[in-house]
Design a protein around this ligand. Structure first.
Ligand code: G4P
Length: 528
C-alpha cells in the first residue's frame, strides 16, 4: 500500500467520438483548463485531416506528430489527469479499441446535430464489454440540434446506455442561452467564445426565483422549470456506484468550441471518475494497491521515416512503481529488461522520467521486443486479460511477388502484426496468408513497410469475407466436422486458434443456426 496517495491522485481516461463531433476541440479546452497549453489551436496538428485519406504517407506524418500528443498529462485542482488520445480516423479503429483497454473511464462526445453515428456505436460496444464508466458530452449546442428529449432517447436506445442529465440546456442554436446545472443548482449563461475562466454563473437555489425570469425571459424560464421538473422526476440523484459500474452515464450539454459547459463536466469528472482500477490477470486478481510493479503494452508506434526507424511501445502502469534503469521481467520473453530513457507525455514534449505510478502511461523505445499485450512485472508470470483482438472487416490474401524474399516476408508479416497494424491468418491446412484489417489504409501501410523495411514485395488479392469469428466447441467431434465441411472458410490466427471467415452476415447467421454446438466469438479474448 505504498502508493495509495499517488493512485488516488490519478485519473486516466480517453475521449471518444465519431470524427468531427468535437473531440479535438474538447481535448484542447481541457488542456487549457489544466494549463498544459496556453493557446487554442495547439492540438489541431493531432488530427488526421479528412482530405488526406488517400495519402497514407501524409497520414503517417500526422500520426508521427500525434505520438507526442498520444497521451496528455495535466493537473487540475490537485488531480493528475492522463488523457489518452484516440485516432478519429476509422481506419485506425483497432488502435482506439486497444487504447480503451488502458483507460479507467471515457468521455463520449456526441454532436447534437448528428446524434449517434456509426463510430460512436462501435466504440460504445467496446466500452460495454469492459463496463467502462462513461460520461457523455453533447456538443455543438450552439447549432440547431435535435430536440433534447429525443436526442437523449436516441442515445439511450442506440447505445444501450441509460443516461443521467447533470445539466439541462436552455434552447439550442442561435437561441441557446446556457445550461442549468442540476447538481449544484446554478444557471450558467452562454456567451460565445468564453475564455477559460470567465463563465457567467448565477446561483439559483429556488427555480421559482424571479432571477430566472430576469436572466432568461419569462418564456424560457417557464420552459426550463417544466423541463427540470420532468428530468428531476425521472432521474433524481445520480447514483455514482451505477456510473462506476458502467450502468448509467452522466450527461452534459455544451459547446466545446465556445468553451462552454466544459468546466462543469471537468469538475464532475474529477469528483466521480474512477481512480486507476485493479485488474484481472491470467492467474489472479491484481490489486492496484500492490507494491510490486506491473504494466502492459497496449500500443506500438512505428516510425515510417527511414531516418528514424524507431518504435515506441506504450506501457500502462497497473500496480507498483516503474523506475528508470531498474530491471523488470518481460513475461513472454522470460527475460529481464531495463529502460534507460522511458518518457512521459507531458503535453507536447517528451520528457525522460525517473518513475511512474498506476494509471500513468509511459513510452518505451523498442527494437522489436514488444508486441501488444506484453506484460512487465517484478518477476511474476501472468498477463492481463481483456486485451482482445477484434474481428477485422477487410480481408486480403498476401501474394509474394519475389520468391527469393520469402523469409523476409514471413518475418515482416509477423513483426508488423505483432505491432497490431493488422491481423494475420493462415488458411487452414494450407499456407495461404490472409491479412485482416479494419481499414483499407492499413494495406497500403503494410505494403510500403514490407518493401522498405524487409525488402519484401507483395500484392494483395481481395477476399470476399466480411468477418472473422473465433470458433470453439465443447464437442471436438462437431468442431472437426464443421471444419471439414467449411474448409474453404477456416483459418488459424497467429496463435493457432481457429477462425471462421464468413462471406456475409447471412452466411454467418445461417452457420450459427445450423451449428448450435459451435460457438462463434467476435473477439479473440475467449482464448485468454
Ligand atoms: P473531431 O476531433 O471529433 O474530429 O472534431 P473537431 O474537434 O476537429 O471538430 C470538428 C469541427 O467541429 C471543427 O470544425 C470544429 O471547429 C467544430 N466544432 C467543435 N466544437 C464545436 C461547437 O461546440 N460548436 C460548433 N458550431 N462547432 C464546433 P471544422 O470546420 O471541421 O474545423 P476547423 O476548420 O474549425 O479546424
Amino acid at each position: 500500500m505504498k502508493y495509495t496517495n499517488e493512485i488516488n491522485k490519478r485519473r486516466t481516461f480517453a475521449i471518444i467520438s465519431h470524427p468531427d463531433a468535437g473531440k479535438t476541440t474538447l481535448t484542447e479546452k481541457l488542456l487549457l483548463f489544466g494549463g498544459a497549453i496556453q493557446t487554442a489551436g495547439a492540438v489541431k496538428s493531432n488530427k488526421i485531416k479528412k482530405h488526406a485519406t488517400s495519402d497514407f504517407m501524409e497520414i503517417e506524418r500526422q500520426r508521427g506528430i500525434s505520438v507526442a500528443t498520444s497521451v496528455m498529462s495535466f493537473e487540475y485542482k490537485g488531480v493528475l489527469i492522463n488523457l489518452l488520445d484516440t485516432p478519429g480516423h476509422k481506419d485506425f479503429a483497432e488502435d482506439t479499441y486497444r487504447t480503451l483497454t488502458a483507460v479507467d473511464s471515457v468521455i463520449l462526445v456526441i454532436d447534437s446535430v448528428n446524434g449517434v453515428e456509426a463510430q460512436t456505436r462501435r466504440l460504445m460496444e467496446v466500452c460495454r464489454m469492459r463496463n467502462t464508466p462513461v460520461i457523455v458530452f453533447i456538443n455543438k449546442m450552439d447549432r440547431d440540434g435535435k430536440n433534447r428529449f429525443d436526442l437523449l432517447e436516441e442515445i439511450e436506445k442506440e447505445l444501450h446506455l441509460p443516461l443521467h442529465p447533470m445539466a439541462w440546456p436552455i434552447n439550442s442554436g442561435k437561441d441557446f442561452k446556457g445550461v442549468y446545472n442540476l447538481f449544484d443548482k446554478s444557471l450558467v449563461l452562454f456567451t460565445a467564445n468564453t475564455k477559460a475562466a470567465d463563465e457567467d454563473t448565477v446561483k439559483i437555489d429556488d427555480l421559482e426565483s424571479p432571477v430566472l425570469d430576469e436572466k432568461l425571459g419569462e418564456k424560457d424560464a417557464a420552459a426550463l422549470r417544466e423541463d427540470v421538473e420532468l428530468v428531476d422526476g425521472v432521474h433524481g440523484q445520480l447514483n455514482v456506484e451505477e456510473y462506476l459500474a458502467g450502468k448509467v452515464a452522466p450527461v452534459f450539454f455544451g459547446s466545446a468550441i465556445n468553451n462552454f459547459g466544459v468546466r462543469e463536466m471537468l469538475d464532475t469528472f474529477i469528483r466521480i471518475a474512477p481512480r486507476p482500477q485493479s485488474r484481472e490477470t491470467s492467474t489472479r486478481h491484481l490489486d492496484v494497491e500492490e507494491d510490486n510493479f506491473s504494466g502492459f503494452i497496449f500500443k506500438i508506434h512505428a516510425n515510417l521515416d527511414p531516418k528514424h526507424r524507431d518504435r515506441i511501445a506504450f506501457l500502462r502502469v497497473c500496480s507498483g512503481k516503474f523506475e528508470r534503469n531498474k530491471y523488470f521481467h518481460h513475461v513472454r520473453l522470460d527475460r529481464e529488461v531495463r529502460f534507460s530513457n522511458p518518457y512521459s507525455f507531458l503535453a507536447r514534449d517528451k520528457d525522460v522520467i525517473e518513475s511512474a505510478y498506476p494509471g500513468d502511461v509511459i513510452g518505451l523505445f523498442d527494437t522489436g521486443n514488444f508486441k501488444i499485450g506484453d506484460t512487465l512485472t517484478e518477476g511474476e508470470d501472468f498477463y492481463f486479460t481483456g486485451i482482445p483482438s477484434f474481428s477485422p472487416e477487410i480481408f486480403k490474401e498476401v501474394v509474394n511477388k519475389d520468391p527469393m524474399k520469402t523469409k523476409q516476408l514471413e518475418k515482416g508479416l509477423l513483426q508488423l502484426t505483432d505491432e497490431g497494424v493488422a491481423q494475420l491468418f493462415t488458411q487452414f491446412g494450407g499456407n495461404k496468408k490472409i491479412i485482416g484489417c479494419v481499414g483499407e489504409l492499413q494495406f497500403e501501410v503494410i505494403q510500403y513497410r514490407l518493401l522498405h523495411e524487409y525488402s519484401a514485395s507483395v500484392q494483395f488479392n481481395a477476399l470476399p469475407f466480411y468477418k472473422a469469428c473465433w470458433i470453439t466447441s465443447a464437442d471436438p467431434k462437431k468442431l472437426e466436422e464443421f471444419i471439414r465441411f467449411k474448409h474453404a472458410n477456416i483459418a488459424e490466427d497467429k496463435d493457432g486458434h481457429l477462425v471462421y471467415l464468413a462471406q456475409s452476415e447471412w452466411f454467418l447467421n445461417t452457420e450459427r443456426t445450423n451449428n448450435p454446438a459451435i460457438e462463434f466469438h467476435f473477439t479473440s479474448e475467449i482464448h485468454k
